[in-house]
Design a protein around this ligand. Structure first.
Ligand SMILES: Nc1nc2c(c(=O)[nH]1)N[C@H]1C(S)=C(S)[C@@H](COP(=O)(O)O)O[C@H]1N2
Ligand SMILES: [Mo]
Length: 319
């Protein structure tokens, strides 16, 4: 029997489409392979999962302690961000109302020159670096996150607080068009704006980060876009999201959770497996995505870098 062999120009519509797709995909893969920097813990994790487009440039963290990263999916789909909801699974679906365009941060208090910082300018002013940190929530879950940001100490040096400034205080944006729970008059989950604070020496510690992204990409809204604090040796609630005001003060700030329940949450909130929460043990934690619990480490594993900050303090009283 005579067999018709089709030429390229004889391909049917369907076949053309799939061939185009095939070629596109092949080129994409080629491109991808070439543009990947082969090594790096983030890149290894990248290969195995769906990830955001890397849109930040930064100095990579070589992950010398071989921390096992949580996936982008895990980090961005289990969140505490009460301005949206107390339901940790729902934050990601509600966070689209947060508008980060033309974001600014007011700087006031005991500082040489009060000013308004433009978020986009900050990105130009401070070189970004990746920091792979453990993150431990006071509720008993934890994760490992490749944050991208710059040291808070660099920003503080640029802002020039007065020598009378003993603390730094942060506020999350108050905007009840963006944050549904700020609109609730009586049944709000907590008081807004969310407030956090650090002693100046804690703020100046090299671990303390102003984070603007994770997994090489701009901060997802549910994780506190466009800029948040990360204090890896403290419980997660210290790591305030979507910062719109920074104040320098000589008085210890009353942070949101201390105000809410001072018997259960203090100012320091250092991760400490030996000091239990009044309602549960802090000795262990469950890593997101894992079944078995693991031991919680003193200062969340950063004892060497920060223990000296608390010398002579009774950590069971100043919790
Ligand atoms: N503004 C604001 N910041 C916040 C919170 C919040 O509800 N509002 N939750 C805190 C708590 S309890 C934790 S554990 C972390 C959670 O950060 P993540 O969602 O990126 O994991 O954000 C902290 N920062
Ligand atoms: Mo938390």
């Amino acid at each position: 029997m005579y067999k018709l062999t089709k030429k390229d120009w004889q391909l049917s519509e369907n076949e053309v489409t799939s061939k185009e797709l095939f070629d596109k995909r092949r080129n994409f893969l080629k491109l991808g392979a070439a543009s990947l920097v082969a090594s790096g813990s983030v890149m290894q994790a990248l290969a195995k999962q769906s990830l955001p487009i890397k849109n930040l440039s930064f100095k990579e963290d070589k992950n010398p302690n071989n921390l096992k990263l949580n996936s982008y999916e895990q980090i961005t789909s289990h969140n505490n961000f009460y301005e949206f909801t107390t339901n940790q699974k729902r934050v990601k679906d509600l966070a689209h109302t947060l508008n980060t365009k033309n974001w600014t941060i007011e700087v006031d208090g005991l500082v040489e020159k009060p000013m308004t910082l433009d978020f986009d300018d900050l990105l130009k002013k401070f070189a970004l670096e990746e920091r792979i940190y453990r993150f431990r929530c006071v509720e008993g879950w934890s994760m490992v996150v490749p944050w991208v940001g710059f040291e808070l100490s660099k920003l503080i040096k640029y802002l020039k607080p007065l020598s009378s400034a003993k603390y730094i205080r942060f506020e999350t944006l108050f905007d009840d068009d963006m944050f549904p729970d700020q609109r609730n008059m009586v049944f709000k989950a907590i008081d807004y704006p969310y407030v956090e604070g650090l002693r100046m020496d804690e703020a100046m510690n090299e671990l303390t980060l102003m984070a603007v992204g994770l997994y090489g990409s701009s901060m997802p809204k549910q994780n506190g876009a466009p800029i948040r604090l990360i204090v890896p040796w403290k419980y997660g609630f210290k790591s305030i999201k979507s910062i719109a005001r920074i104040s320098f003060t000589d008085k210890q700030p009353l942070n949101t959770w201390q105000k809410e329940n001072p018997k259960e949450y203090g100012f320091y909130a250092n991760v400490n497996p030996n000091v239990d929460h009044p309602r549960w043990s802090q000795a262990k934690e469950r890593v997101l995505g894992k079944f078995f619990k693991q031991d919680t480490l003193m200062f969340n594993g950063y004892e060497k870098q920060v223990a000296h900050l608390y010398k002579g303090m009774d950590l069971t009283k100043e919790f």
